[in-house]
Design a protein around this ligand. Structure first.
Ligand code: AMP
Ligand code: MG
Length: 491
């Protein structure tokens, strides 16, 4: 018998923040994958978790001692339209634990059955979407991008009805919290100022403790969320990530990437890329993401207005000043990152213009985003390796002209080629979750019950910055640049 050291702070908030609801048991739980390292970090014995009692908990068939399962209330702007009530329609928060690093973390079961927020949904998740979230969130973590984590995936032994009948699964997800921009909006839209304040106080203690002691804690809270989101979105762009559904209910106040639905990575570089079938107008396209993040933060600022100053005009002015911090922070993180991707220091004169020029040439020439930067590492080491980069451009001379200017700036850095290349390899991944491999992995699991490709891809993506010659095929770009790839918000 293991006891998990739950310490549930969210249930200590007022009753209207959540509904108590145990997960709905499933027919035949079977563990697909357990994240041993994460379990150990949470102070939960991996062997216990992989055994019958642990799997029962992960499937939602039993509620462990100390858990206090709830579905949380939130609202959100979906594709620009405000929906006053969303909430956890298929997720149950079991509780919180303080991990080995002293960080408080939610343990949530996604696909755990209906809740009062399910509307017409069945509260369940399809195996394919669970494996996608497991794989992509773990890949993001290995890439060094703040994200929710996957603790386990469990098959339910039940079918879910979507366009077809599909095997069901439950994802155990770990997050700094599940407080969303939409959680603040939920209370603000109801004119519940007391709840907005209680939520802000909770978020301050939990995610921005340094802001709690600021002269104006709520201003410092908004400032902190703005800063984390600016850096997060810069991190996405620097690895070619497209979230796909940046609704305000899918934006975490803690600054983690959350809700992996129709997300996908760029193959060929084109900032207009949006993969999601439900995003016909490209609202959430790759290059739109900074602007959308700021739009969402503006909704957060609106919800926090009464806390920012005593009279409304002063509050609006304060909010505008804090939101104005997004642009410079994003630009700095993004531009510094681009310079580093090219092996240049952030303050090297001309680095940003050089990077912008490369991106423009890549877009015109449909060059693969990940391969271009990874092969530039080799080119920085030995000019003969230029051949590998040139090949990625429809018109290779477009690269040649650019490379002359790049080498000039690299020379000014004065580092050895080997040192430059090895630094570049720590930030330009060789491996990302390539869409065609993710789809093949899902098809093998769903259609054949074969989890081999899932395990293999997961292992490769746990070391994205290492060359892994035995797995070179996972680094390759798809035929045709992958532009016609579509994701579905497959719930
Ligand atoms: P998403 O687009 O996945 O962020 O979800 C938006 C809203 O729909 C949230 O309130 C979810 O809880 C809810 N939802 C999504 N899928 C389901 C489902 N299968 N059953 C019940 N609610 C769902
Ligand atoms: Mg969501």
């Amino acid at each position: 018998m293991t006891t998990i050291p739950f310490d549930n702070s969210y249930v200590r908030l007022p009753d209207r923040f959540f509904v108590r609801r145990a997960p709905t048991p499933v027919a035949a739980p079977r563990l697909i994958r357990l994240n041993h390292a994460l379990a150990a970090n949470l102070g939960i014995g991996p062997d216990w978790l992989a055994g019958p009692a642990g799997v029962g908990m992960l499937a939602g068939n039993s509620v462990p001692e100390g858990a206090d399962p709830i579905a949380t209330a939130y609202a959100g702007h979906q594709f620009g339209n405000f929906v006053p009530q969303l909430g956890d329609g298929r997720a149950v928060l079991l509780g919180e634990v303080v991990d080995r690093n002293g960080q408080r973390r939610d343990i949530q079961l996604k696909g755990a059955g209906p809740t009062p927020f399910s509307r017409r949904g069945d509260g369940r998740a399809a195996l394919g979407s669970v494996l996608r979230e497991y794989l992509v969130s773990e890949a993001m973590a290995a890439l060094g991008i703040p994200t929710t984590r996957a603790l386990a995936a469990v098959a339910t032994g039940e079918l879910v009805v979507r366009e077809t009948r599909l095997p069901g699964a439950v994802l155990a997800r770990v997050a700094a919290s599940h407080i969303r921009v939409g959680t603040f909006q939920y209370f603000a839209a109801r004119g519940d100022a007391e709840a907005v304040r209680a939520l802000a106080d909770h978020a301050l203690v939990r995610h921005y403790p340094e802001a709690s002691s600021a002269e104006h804690p709520y201003r410092a809270l908004l400032d902190g969320v703005v800063a984390r989101q600016a850096e997060l979105v810069a991190g996405w762009l620097l690895v070619g990530f497209v979230h796909g559904v940046m609704n305000t209910d899918n934006m975490s106040v803690a600054g983690e990437t959350i809700d992996y639905g129709p997300c996908a990575f760029l193959d060929a570089y084109d900032p207009r890329t949006s993969f999601s079938s439900i995003d016909a107008h490209g609202r959430y396209a790759y290059g739109q993401q900074p602007g959308i993040a700021l739009w969402n933060l503006t909704r957060l600022a609106e919800a926090l207005l009464p806390l920012l100053a005593d009279d409304e005009a002063a509050a609006v002015e304060t909010a505008e000043a804090l939101l104005a911090g997004f642009g410079p922070r994003f630009e700095k993180a993004y531009h510094d990152g681009l310079a580093h991707k090219l092996g240049l220091s952030a303050d090297r004169d001309g680095a940003v213009a050089l990077a912008d020029d490369l991106l423009a040439r890549m877009a015109e020439n449909r060059a693969d985003f990940t391969l271009t930067f990874r092969r530039l590492c080799d080119a920085a080491e030995r000019p003969e390796a230029d051949a590998g980069v040139r090949d990625l451009f429809v018109d290779p001379t477009e690269y040649d002209a650019w490379a002359v200017r790049w080498r000039k700036l690299l020379d000014e850095e004065g580092r050895t080629p080997v040192a430059t290349a090895s630094a570049m390899r720590t930030i330009n991944p060789a491996f990302i979750p390539r869409n065609h491999h993710v789809e093949a992995m899902i098809a093998a699991a769903v259609e054949q019950g074969d989890f081999g490709p899932f395990e293999e891809l997961l292992a490769v993506l746990s070391r994205p910055y290492d060359d892994q010659p035995d797995h070179a095929r996972y680094a390759e770009a798809p035929e045709g640049g992958g532009a016609d790839y579509r994701t579905f918000c497959g719930t």
